[in-house]
Each structure stands twice: as structure tokens, then as C-alpha cells.
Ligand binder design. Sequence first.
Ligand code: ADP
Ligand code: MG
Length: 243
Amino acid sequence: MKEMITVENLNKSFGDLHVLKNINLAVHESDVICLIGSSGSGKSTLLRCLNFLEKKDSGTIKIEGEEITPKTHNINEVRQKVGMVFQHFNLFPHKTVLENVIEAPVMVKKIPKKQAVEEARALLDKVGISDKADVYPGKLSGGQKQRVAIARSLAMHPDIMLFDEPTSALDPELVGEVLATMKELAEEGMTMVIVTHEMGFAREVADRIVYMNEGRIIEKGTPEQIFENPQEERTKEFLKTTV
Ligand code: ADP
Ligand code: MG
């Protein structure tokens, strides 16, 4: 199967703080990887390196088999292939939902506006908020905002989607609708790397779980292996804290 993301010996420090220590990871086409671990373990930094929002110190990152560096590639083009959804949505507050979704296709990809609008409406329908196309983000619930953010990311037709704690800022009763949208994407075969604290979701939807601690990948395996039969002491300790 096609390797969509290949990370080899990735290291990243912020000053004296060594945040990613020799990370190795392979993500295949249609894989759903859930990245778990306590706060400060380097999960966001890893995702941000995969989307080139952070610059690695050493190691290699390949996207669809090709090594990517800012010298050899236009990072903005790479980011079109690798969509990212953040904890805090990052919608444009002065644009309607529809305008948020068509912004990048029209401005960056130069898609004709009429076509972008049609696609955006279909995407809003897919994430279950077609009735909100003309309202401003301020009028939406957190769950609706996050679904708009997902639609906006999908509008660029990414091959890979990265999610950084997409439900952590939501009221508990709104978490389910966002997870349902993500599950649907997973079932359609989207390649996804998801940082999450939703262990029920991870267990149900992930093909593989990656547990990080203090900048290292401690253990990876199927949900069954990690949740039922973790091998490492640190994994066991972490899982105790999540129930
Ligand atoms: P996680 O997402 O697992 O909570 P992060 O990747 O956000 O972890 O952070 C890992 C470590 O790197 C933390 O100690 C954090 O304080 C530090 N860190 C993250 N971003 C920066 C930054 N821009 N500058 C300095 N330190 C940072
Ligand atoms: Mg984080």
C-alpha cells in the first residue's frame, strides 16, 4: 500500500528543549492513526512538522514518497495535500460559513467561484450544516464551527488530513457530532492522523494507535494491542489516567 507519510529520525528542539526525539512513523493510504499521550509530549509539534508549520531540526519527512523540504518544495502546495484541523477552528470571523469554505479554493487554487460555491454547498451538506451556509461563525456552536473547519479543509481536496485535538475545545454534548463527521471521513478512506483524548473514538476508528511520551514514540499498535495488552510500563500508566 502507498506510503502517504514517512517520518524518519525526526528531531525538533525549541531552544534547549528537545521536543521530538528520533520519531519514526509510516502512514499508509487510508490509514487512521490516533496519536495519544499526555500534554506536553510533543503531539502537536509532530503534527505541525508534518504540515511544515514547524521546521524540523533533523530527519526526513516524505509525503507520498517524496522528501519535502522548504528548499526543494513550495510548502503552500504541499499544504494543499495535507489539510489540518485545529482545536480552535480558526475560521475567518468576518466571512460567512460559505465564504470561509470557498476562500482557499478561489484564492489559492483559482477555482471559478461558481464551481467553488457548488462544491462548498456539497461539503456543508456532507458535514450536516448546509442550512448554515450564510451565517457568520459567531452564530454557530463549537461543534458546528468545527464541522465548517473540516469542510473548509476538505474543499482543497487534501490527500491527508491532520487533526489536532479537534474536540478538546467543545462542550461534551457537541463532541459526538464532530467525531461522527470524522468517522465518516475515515470510512470513505481518507488518510488521517488524529491527536485525540477521545479513547473510545480511537479504539473504534483507528487502525493504529501511537503513544507518545516526552518526545518519543513509546509504543504503537492496533487499538486492541494498545488498549488490551500494552507492553510498555509508561503506556499502562498513561492509559490508567484516561478512564
Ligand atoms: P502536546 O501537543 O503533546 O501537548 P506540544 O507539541 O504542544 O505537546 O509541546 C511539546 C513541548 O514543546 C512542550 O513542552 C511545549 O511547551 C513545548 N513547545 C511547543 N511549542 C513551542 C514553541 N513554539 N516554543 C517553545 N516551546 C514550545
Ligand atoms: Mg497539543
